[in-house]
Design a binder for this molecule. Structure first.
Ligand SMILES: O=C(O)CCC(=O)C(=O)O
Ligand SMILES: [Fe+2]
Length: 341
């Protein structure tokens, strides 16, 4: 009897429950080859001073342009969000996942929603060792408050404030990106990238970090992503020149990543950053990720000013990139490749 019931029970368990109860991760989590957990540190990862972008310092704009064309990401410092706010957002994220399962299950993702509390989605073959809470924060009238945790108590308020601050940083950076591309309309990215979703990722310890991913190698389907990493525990890795490198923790920084839709709009001048998350056998890890994307009804294509004879248009026009991103992601493919001209 228990032999029949066991597989179904495993599918329903969250990464946290597996971490607490099983000695070996189930087969569906085991990756085909060894994962380099202790990859070399990405000591060269670009750092951009956002306060200097605001004053339009040419050197900082050049640093921004170079970061986006070479790495597709950078550590944003002096962004204006106090470290107490960053700490509080991370602390509440951690507290949310440490609540009893029944409390968290009040926010379980339903039906075809992408929002809510969930563990590794069962539609993908390869499971990932992470539990998530995803919430759309902008536009405000699209929020589904039924998924917004009432506990820990100030969670909703803190998320609301945090996302407003992130939007300011995002706006500064998007304007500066338009400047580095010499675009006439400095607000062109801003006007396209209007939605924001928060994703809280919780990676409990796992006994097999060399065979189980926190998150598989992927590029984000966003316009841009602003990522707040765990203060102490490393886990995020970037692919640079065919080598996986470990992103150092940098407590005051937000990691800015180019997503596929900025790659499309920039006519591939910028490339979205390939990244993955490895896990730790002893320590849990938390991250708070803000996904900033165009509305699904918005038409996305390379900007006219970035298309010329030398750089012809690289991608076809697309709407609802996010939808096709998820479909292809679950098949282990990239939606952007289907748009190439
Ligand atoms: O946890 C992290 O550091 C990265 C998470 C990530 O890549 C994602 O949520 O898309
Ligand atoms: Fe990601």
């Amino acid at each position: 009897m228990s032999a029949i019931r066991e597989p179904a029970a495993i599918c329903l368990r969250t990464a946290q429950q597996l971490s607490e109860t099983s000695e070996e991760p189930p087969e569906s989590y085991i990756w085909t080859s060894n994962i380099e957990v202790d990859a070399p540190l990405a000591t060269e990862i670009p750092v951009v001073d956002v306060s200097r972008l605001v004053s339009s310092a040419d050197a900082e704009l050049a640093a921004l342009h170079s970061a986006l064309t070479t790495w597709g990401c950078f550590q944003a410092v002096n962004h204006g969000i106090e470290s107490a706010s960053l700490d509080e957002m991370l602390r509440l994220a951690r507290e949310f996942f440490h609540q009893p399962m029944l409390e968290k299950q009040r926010y379980t993702r339903q039906g075809n929603d992408v929002e809510g509390y969930s563990s590794s989605p069962s539609v993908i073959q390869q499971h990932e060792w992470t539990d998530k809470l995803r919430l759309l924060v902008a536009p405000e009238d699209g929020r589904k408050l039924k998924y917004w945790p009432q506990n820990p108590e100030p969670f909703r308020k803190v998320l609301e404030e945090y996302s407003a601050k992130i939007r300011q940083v995002e706006e500064q950076i998007l304007r500066s990106i338009a400047k580095t591309l010499s675009l006439t309309d400095e607000d062109c990215f801003l006007r396209k990238i209007t939605t924001m979703s928060a994703q809280f990722n919780y990676y409990p310890p796992c006994s097999k970090p060399d065979r189980v991913f926190g998150m598989r190698p992927h590029r984000d389907g966003t316009g841009v992503t602003l990522l707040l990493q765990d203060r102490e525990v490393r886990g995020l890795q970037l692919l640079q020149d065919n080598q996986w490198l470990s992103v150092p923790t940098m407590p005051q920084a937000l990691l800015f990543l180019v997503g596929d839709q900025l790659e499309i709009m920039s006519n591939e001048i910028f490339k979205s950053a390939m990244h993955r998350v490895v896990i730790n056998s002893e320590a849990e890890r938390n991250s708070v990720v803000m996904f900033c994307s165009p509305d699904i009804a918005e038409e996305i294509e390379p900007l006219d000013q970035l298309v010329d004879e030398e750089r012809p248009k690289m991608f076809k026009k697309v709407t609802n990139y996010a939808g096709s991103f998820f479909n292809y992601y679950h098949q282990g493919k990239r939606a952007i490749d289907t748009l190439r001209i």
